[in-house]
Design a protein around this ligand. Structure first.
Ligand SMILES: CC(C)(COP(=O)(O)OP(=O)(O)OC[C@H]1O[C@@H](n2cnc3c(N)ncnc32)[C@H](O)[C@@H]1OP(=O)(O)O)[C@@H](O)C(=O)NCCC(=O)NCCS
Length: 209
């Protein structure tokens, strides 16, 4: 059973509750794909499609149960994060790539991005994944336990800034010895007729922007 079967309201601090919409987190619905793409364009701009992480996502389906949405009281999508099956290095250690993560820039800053991150990490752990990797700002992701040290010997399939490639072990030692190219391993979108991928078993997780 998915841990996301029941949407839970975010616990906004009382002082910002009046400024922020009541936001719930849950699994992304299939009809929200176009809203998600529009949100990503607004939050990140057109350059988002040229990132090295995109090469790990293109033509693949996200990891089972790891497409998350944040919605306001009107059920409008205000935040998104997805994770993708990858092999972390030459030994093929199963892992997840996290990203993109984005919150609608029109929504007051009130912890939605952090709540999406915490839910994504918890859901990945619940599903048996052993680690997560991502490309992003250390100043934001270190608070969730990500570090450049965990991904120091890994390489993205395209230009990337070394200090922004970060890893998080959900299971201690899961990224120990992981070295070499990060490769996509998720089910191909075209091979499934749009069906969701099956659970990947025991994998590690990676995030990217
Ligand atoms: C990054 C993003 C998802 C954060 O969402 P959010 O809802 O604004 O985040 P929160 O309200 O949970 O902010 C938590 C903290 O992270 C900080 N923060 C946000 N973006 C940051 C960044 N790029 N680097 C460092 N810190 C950052 C905030 O200042 C805040 O700090 P505080 O707790 O000390 O006040 C959102 O700003 C966004 O969509 N940005 C554009 C897309 C993007 O750049 N995504 C990838 C980020 S690497």
């Amino acid at each position: 059973m998915s841990a996301l079967a029941i949407s839970a309201p975010l616990a906004f601090p009382p002082l910002v509750r009046a400024l922020a919409p009541l936001v719930t987190l849950g699994a992304e619905a299939s009809h929200e794909a176009s809203a998600r793409e529009a949100l990503l364009d607004r939050a990140m701009g057109p350059g988002r499609r040229r990132k090295a992480s995109e090469a790990l996502r293109r033509g693949r389906l996200p990891a089972e149960g790891l497409s998350l949405a944040a919605r306001d009281e009107a059920d409008t999508l205000v935040g998104t994060v997805r994770l993708w099956n990858v092999a972390a290095g030459d030994d093929g250690a199963p892992a997840l790539l996290l990203g993109p993560l984005a919150v609608d820039p029109a929504v007051p800053r009130a912890g939605i991005g952090s709540a999406l991150m915490r839910r994504a990490i918890a859901e990945a752990q619940f599903r048996g994944h052993r680690a997560i990797v991502l490309v992003g700002d250390p100043g934001f992701y270190e608070r969730f336990g990500f570090s450049a040290e965990r991904a120091a010997a890994l390489v993205m399939p395209g230009p990337f800034e070394r200090h922004r490639l970060l890893g998080l072990e959900l299971d201690p030692g899961a990224l120990s010895g992981a070295a070499g190219l990060i490769r996509p391993t998720g089910r191909r979108a075209s091979a499934t007729g749009g069906r969701r991928p099956r659970a990947p078993g025991h994998a590690a997780s990676v995030a990217s922007f």
